[in-house]
Design a binder for this molecule. Sequence first.
Ligand code: PBG
Length: 330
Amino acid sequence: MIIHSRNRRLRMHQSLRSLVQETTLTTNDFVMPLFVMEGQNKQEPIPSMPGIFRRSIDLTVKECQELYSLGIKAVNLYMKVPENLKDNTGKEAYNPDGLMQNTIKAIKNAIPQMILMPDVALDPYSIYGHDGIITNGQVDNDATNEALAKMSVSLAQSGADIVAPSDMMDGRVAVIRQALEENSFPNVGILSYAAKYASSFYGPFRSALDSAPKANTEIPKDKKTYQMDFHNSREALNEVFKDIDEGADIIMIKPGLPYLDIVSKVRDAIDLPIAVYNVSGEYAMIKAAAQNGWLDNDKAIIESLTSIKRAGADIIFTYAAKEAAILLNS
Ligand code: PBG
């Protein structure tokens, strides 16, 4: 029999393959998460995330300059909060002279065009390692929302462009939106972690910030009463639509690679920009395998980030942003 239809025809040369290529990854797609700590001229490697560091503010600014010159125009900020500043109210999160606030001011001052998307959640500030205030042994949704609103206003006052609540409390987008409007920040956006799953892939991140839920019999040991159950898919749409109604500007889905079915489903359902978080455990897996010589680091990174975009992401939060930018620029 004669075969007339041959899909291989369009794969015969690189030039032809590039003509029919459907997805193109660029540095415009990336947001780089950065870990900040107190001190001056300090940089500490994070063992479970090879190539990633905690840095003092001065070195963070320097890193942002490098990122910007590579074409990365947005960073997501996380603080390593000293134990003595942690409590059960999270009040350090809205200290006008806090580490996050000072980091935002320093980066904005040096690189005004860099988009700053600080994380909004209480876990790095919590003695319990939870994203919320604990009342009677439970994560207290509405009390937490009040703290998150104060934190968001404080970050806006410091110069944040977009606040990124990652806590998964119900109704917090509405409470934060209202607080931003009332405090004259109509143009500060909200990137809402709308579908964030209770995932084992956050392990390396929690060790970077020492922010894992503390072993204590009185309080929940995990985040399953607020983050989503990984067995669920339809529930993601329910979360996404609620956050859109409450005023979210960008919708986040997290983790990334094991959840591309969710990304694709949400992409089909909404027209708002979608961000996907290629989380610490996804990064650590590639690094560990590459260090063992089991796969090619550079190729695996470009392939996995392209897959996230192909599934429907407009924006990718990834610890590999800098090395991917270097690869894409070369
Ligand atoms: C906490 C927060 C987490 C991450 C971002 N913000 C961890 C968690 O929910 O426990 C994880 C990011 C990563 O693993 O890269 N609000």
